[in-house]
Each structure stands twice: as structure tokens, then as C-alpha cells.
Design a protein around this ligand. Structure first.
Ligand SMILES: O=C(C[C@H]1NCCC[C@H]1O)Cn1cnc2c(c1=O)CCCC2
Ligand SMILES: [Mg+2]
Length: 485
């Protein structure tokens, strides 16, 4: 088929939109901010889900399902939680022709849906820890520019909600889940992320502290919050009276966490790895890892070539590699090459007459276009090795680009220069909330203000006397700053 009409480095927004459509991941929908997720997307989502679901099952976390609908009294119970978000809540006000007595909210997240029942189910310390997760959709009626996967009015996610007798248990789980999110990005999507803590300003208003994995899109110079793992402290326990009787028969409130990753992960992967030929899929999440294409030659009999293609698919499939053959007889090999490149299939395997003669196949990598002739006898192990190399290369290239986008800034001038160069800025900060507010005010503009992205757990050395880049007060920590999605 035809290639992309937009280039990644020239018109990122339109390039992205074209890639997600031409790779058959997304179909646009008639309601703004809503998108159809096609099988090519769901295959990616299911692979990550299989990993994450297995991992949380090892942690004795159980899946459940709570209703989509929330009654207003409950939704508005936790004040800080809701006031900042109220405009984003979608409401059902009618059924058929008649108005509902009381409007019903559609869940934007499920803390308030679940926690009245946590209060009911948790009586004594034997009921703890209570650890639930649900795979569902949520609705947030966002107004800023909708972007497939990155910012949509409905999205798929998992949301974990856990309750413990002690803070120590909650703290430990927050980091255990955060490590799973790092693995989703780095081990499955080949996207480098930074683990860190959100500022007071940026944390989940209803919580005690928020940790996150932060990605970065070099082309737009914007950070993107990849996934979050919050310790809620006892805030919601107080609101919803979730308390228990401990061993000494004392009444105590539970310590809670909530954590989520969403289909936003897929958008980050597209933005980071995609190129001017289309999507580039990391092998672990590719629905098809190797596409076998027959290359006819003048009057050679096609049956032999087709048989070789099907045999190759069979051999690879038996070894656990997701392989398919494109034997459609109404497209040229060249058309097929660009079609499967657009869809981001990591490996193409070409089989023509000379390959038959030499009992070999020609393998072409999607990430760097490298070509290699491989004897059929060692096909499986070589394909497995190449797929592993593709993941590694995608990660390394993305990490180099991300690291090249990081700039250290110690003064306001250096900060502003780096910000305007679309960098992710690592700066010493006094950790004062008003100073962050001030940075937002001073950087406000057409393309959005800068804000803190996270305070990385890996802190560089902070020499005595280092001053905050924004306030000039004594700096307390190194923090990443930047514009964001
Ligand atoms: O959703 C969370 C916190 C928490 N929810 C559960 C999973 C982890 C974590 O995302 C924050 N949040 C974001 N956005 C909104 C809300 C909200 O609570 C509530 C109202 C509408 C918009
Ligand atoms: Mg939001």
C-alpha cells in the first residue's frame, strides 16, 4: 500500500495519527476522544495483560469487577479527590425518554465505588490484607486535545486497590507494583522509563504519596506519565471508615494503595519506536513476529515456493514464534513489504527460487532493515536470536535518544534554554510547593507549562550549597522537569 504522507520529524502529530490508523491499530470514531481499538492493538494489550495478571496473582492479588456506575453521594465523599476532577466526570441523566431521579456518574476511577464495600468487608485483622484488582474501562471527559491511546475519553486499564494493617506493607507493595510497570515498559515495550516520586503538587490529591514511571517523547520534548502506584495512606480509610480491630483489640484504620497502567502504554510505544515507514513493534508484543512472503520469479512454479513458506511458518510456530505467511495472490511482494512494514512486524522472511535452491531464507529486520540469508537448518534459533536482538536494539536506540534529551540545569536561564530545546530537565530543587506553582506560571504558554515529572529514586550527588534552579534557596533534591502530555 501507499506509505505515510507525513514524516515523524516534520509533523509528529499527524505522523502519529497516520501510523495508528495505517497500521490498523485504531479506527477513528464519530464521538470525539473515543477510538476503536482494532485487533492489532488488542493483541498488544492482551500480551501485557497476560504478564501483569500472572505477576499480581503471584502476589495473591485477586481480580474482581465493580459496577461502572457511581452514585453522586459516594463519588463526592472524598473532597480533595473529586473537586479537582469534577469537570471530567461523565453522568447518566436519563433512561429512555425519562430523566433519572438522581444522575449517576460513570466511573473515572473506582476508589469511591469500592471503598464503601472495603469498609463492610474489613472488620478484623484477619480480613487483611485485602488485595483486589480489576481490568476495566474508565471514562474521563477530558477537554484538552484528544490523542489516540495517550489521552482519550474512555480507556482500558487495570486498577489495583489494596488495604493493609500496616504502612510498611503498603510501602513495600507500592514499589513492587512500580517494578512491574518498569518491566512492562522496558521488557515488553522496549521503552526506557525513570522511576521516581511525584511532587506534592503532582501527586494524586487523595493520596499520601505517588510513585510513577516516566517516559519521554524526544520528538515533542514532552514527558509522559507511564503508570502510577500510589500509597493512599489512611485518607480514604478515614473518609470511608475502613477500620479493623488489631491483635490487641485496638481499632485501627487500614493503610491503602491504588495503582494503574492503561492503554496509554501502547501510545508511548508507537511514539518512541515508530518511523517514517510506520509502526515498529517490539517483538514481545507483536501479534505477528515474522511474516513470510513468497517472491515469485518469472515462470518458476509457485507451488514449491508456497509450500516452503507454509513449512517455514509451521517450523517457527512449533518453536513458539508467532509467524504467518502472506500468500495473497493479488499483491506484489513490494506491496506486501510496505504493508507489513507499516504494521510494524519485526521480521520479514522472503522465500524465492534461489532460496529454495540453496535451502535458505532471506530475513529482513524491521528495526534497522538489515538483511541476512539464513540456512533453513538453523532457522529457529537464528530467528529467536534476531528477535531478541531487535528488542535490545529498539531499547538501546530509544535510551540513547532519551538520554540525549536530558539536560542538567542549575539556573533559571539554563532551565528555560533547555525547555525551549525540548529537553527533559534534571534540576536541583528546594522542594517547595509554591516554587513549583511559580515555575508553572513562569513557563505557561501556547504549548503548555513545564511541571515536575518526578524526583528520581536514583539521585545524583547534590553538593553542599547547591541552590534551587527556580528559587535560589538551598536545593534538597534533583528533580526532572518538562512539558508533558
Ligand atoms: O485515578 C486516580 C488515582 C488512582 N486511581 C486508581 C488507580 C491508580 C490511580 O490512578 C486519580 N484520578 C485521575 N483522574 C480523575 C480522578 C482521579 O481520581 C477522579 C475524577 C475524574 C478524573
Ligand atoms: Mg487527568
Amino acid at each position: 500500500g501507499l506509505g505515510l504522507s507525513k514524516k515523524k520529524d516534520e509533523n509528529f502529530g499527524e505522523w502519529y495519527s497516520e501510523v495508528v490508523v495505517n497500521s490498523e491499530m485504531i479506527e477513528y470514531y464519530d464521538i470525539s476522544g473515543c477510538y476503536i481499538l482494532r485487533p492489532w492493538t488488542i493483541a498488544i494489550w492482551e500480551t501485557m495483560q497476560a504478564f501483569f495478571d500472572a505477576e499480581i496473582k503471584k502476589m495473591k492479588i485477586k481480580n474482581c469487577y465493580f459496577p461502572l456506575f457511581v452514585s453522586p453521594s459516594v463519588l463526592e465523599r472524598e473532597k480533595d479527590h473529586i473537586e479537582g476532577f469534577a469537570p471530567e466526570v461523565a453522568w447518566v441523566t436519563k433512561s429512555g425518554k425519562s430523566d433519572l431521579e438522581v444522575p449517576i456518574a460513570i466511573r473515572p476511577t473506582s476508589e469511591t465505588v469500592m471503598y464503601p464495600y472495603f469498609a463492610k468487608w474489613i472488620r478484623g485483622h484477619r480480613d487483611l490484607p485485602l488485595k483486589l484488582n480489576q481490568w476495566c474501562n474508565v471514562v474521563r471527559w477530558e477537554f484538552s486535545n484528544p490523542t489516540p491511546f495517550i489521552r482519550s475519553r474512555e480507556f482500558l486499564w487495570q486498577e489495583g486497590h489494596t488495604a493493609f494493617a500496616t504502612k510498611a506493607e503498603a510501602d513495600e507493595e507500592v514499589l513492587e507494583i512500580l517494578e512491574l510497570y518498569r518491566r512492562i515498559y522496558e521488557d515488553y515495550l522496549a521503552v526506557p522509563v525513570v522511576k521516581g516520586k511525584k511532587s506534592e503538587n503532582e501527586k494524586f490529591a487523595g493520596g499520601l504519596y505517588t510513585t510513577s514511571v516516566e517516559a519521554f517523547i524526544p520528538n515533542t520534548g514532552r514527558g509522559v506519565q507511564g503508570a502510577t502506584s500510589h500509597c493512599l495512606g489512611q485518607n480514604f480509610a478515614k473518609m470511608f471508615e475502613i477500620n479493623f480491630e488489631n491483635e490487641n483489640r485496638e481499632k485501627g484504620m487500614v493503610w491503602q494503595n491504588s495503582w494503574a497502567y492503561s492503554t496509554r502504554t501502547i501510545g508511548v510505544m508507537v511514539m518512541v519506536h515508530g518511523d517514517d515507514k510506520g509502526l515498529v513493534l517490539p517483538p514481545k508484543v507483536a501479534a505477528i513476529q515474522a511474516i513470510v512472503v513468497p517472491v515469485p520469479y518469472k515462470n518458476t512454479p509457485m507451488e514449491e515456493i508456497y509450500d516452503a513458506c507454509l513449512k517455514t511458518v509451521d517450523t517457527l510456530t512449533k518453536a513458539g514464534i508467532r509467524a504467518e505467511a502472506d500468500l495473497s495472490d493479488n499483491q506484489t511482494p513490494g506491496w506486501k513489504y510496505s504493508h507489513w512494514e507499516m504494521k510494524g512486524v519485526p521480521l520479514r522472511i522472503e522465500i524465492g527460487p534461489k532460496d529454495l535452491e540453496k535451502n535458505q531464507v532471506r530475513v529482513v529486520r524491521r528495526d534497522n532493515s538489515a538483511k541476512e540469508d539464513i540456512p533453513v537448518s538453523t532457522l529457529v534459533e537464528q530467528v529467536q536470536d534476531i528477535l531478541a536482538k531487535i528488542h535490545e536494539n529498539l531499547f538501546n536506540v530509544a535510551k540513547e535518544k532519551r538520554d540525549a534529551s536530558i539536560k542538567v540545569a542549575k539556573t533559571w536561564e539554563e532551565f528555560m534554554e533547555a525547555l525551549n530545546q525540548k529537553k527533559m530537565i534534571l534540576a536541583p530543587w528546594c522542594d517547595e510547593q509554591e516554587v513549583e506553582e511559580d515555575v508553572k506560571k513562569r513557563t505557561k504558554g501556547e504549548i503548555g507549562a513545564a511541571k515536575s515529572l518526578c524526583t528520581p529514586f536514583e539521585q545524583p550527588e547534590l553538593p553542599e550549597g547547591t541552590l534551587c534552579f527556580a528559587s535560589g534557596k538551598p536545593a534538597k533534591k534533583w528533580t526532572y522537569w518538562g512539558r508533558s502530555y
